[in-house]
Design a protein around this ligand. Structure first.
Ligand SMILES: [Mg+2]
Length: 237
């Protein structure tokens, strides 16, 4: 059996899907918008001020917590007991003007049969601001954020369970869209259809990427660099 991810959506694979679950950052808007660079800088400043560190030291610690705990926030909560709400507010105090309305994406999401969710390691205000800027906020039924997850980020299994039980999602009839491969591992074991978003203009290197995908990437059903096109393909096929 060919385990390589597919690029064109096969409608049969999505026939049974009733719940559509989307990561936010670098998934609902493309990687090249680079909104996360602003959030990243805000988090560095937060760590710097909290612990009176030099910027470089703050950055090293921030990245260490990200790798060890899944998010910088989780590391800061565990080690310093910080107030998560003020951290999230500071981290997401960014300029959203780089996000432009994406009517094609909005139409494609609207046309999907069933419920649509945003499932993010960020906050609800951040998700709302981003989705509003994209002109797609109204098409979602709900947003599951890091607060709803008790600050335990994806890819922790407990967080997916919490999301699924809160919204009564039958994961066997759900699809998950994500830009981080590791965040698709649990969804696949739960029976979800998994779609990996990759940066644009990767047509030429996609083949190389596939060559590099190992058995560890079995959990990725599809790869695409064009979310609106992918979802539109489901509708028109
Ligand atoms: Mg993401």
């Amino acid at each position: 059996m060919d385990k390589k991810p597919k690029t064109s959506p096969d409608p049969i694979d999505f026939d049974r899907i009733r719940d559509w679950v989307f990561d936010l950052d670098n998934t609902l808007y493309p990687h090249h918008v680079n909104l996360f660079a602003q959030i990243d800088r805000n988090m560095t400043t937060y760590v710097q001020e909290l612990l009176q560190l030099e910027p470089e030291e703050a950055r090293v610690l921030q990245k260490r917590y990200y790798h060890e705990h899944g998010t910088t926030l989780q590391g800061l909560m565990l080690h310093y007991g910080i107030d998560p709400d003020s951290f999230l507010e500071r981290a997401h105090a960014i300029d959203y003007s780089a996000l432009l309305p994406n009517p094609e994406l909005g139409e494609a999401i609207k046309a999907l049969p069933g419920r649509k969710f945003i499932f993010t390691n960020g906050s609800v205000p951040h998700a709302e601001a981003a989705a509003r800027a994209l002109g797609i906020l109204d098409h979602f039924d709900d947003i599951f954020d890091i607060v709803a997850a008790d600050y335990v980020p994806k890819p922790a299994g407990a967080t997916y369970d919490k999301f699924a039980s809160l919204h009564r999602v039958d994961t066997r009839n759900a699809a998950m869209f994500e830009d981080l491969p590791r965040n698709l591992q649990v969804p696949k074991t739960l029976g979800m259809r998994t779609v990996l978003l990759v940066p644009r203009n990767l047509d030429t290197v996609l083949m190389e990427r596939w060559e590099k995908l190992s058995d560890e990437d079995d959990h990725i059903d599809y790869v695409t660099d064009d979310l609106a096109g992918f979802l539109g393909g489901l509708r028109t096929s």
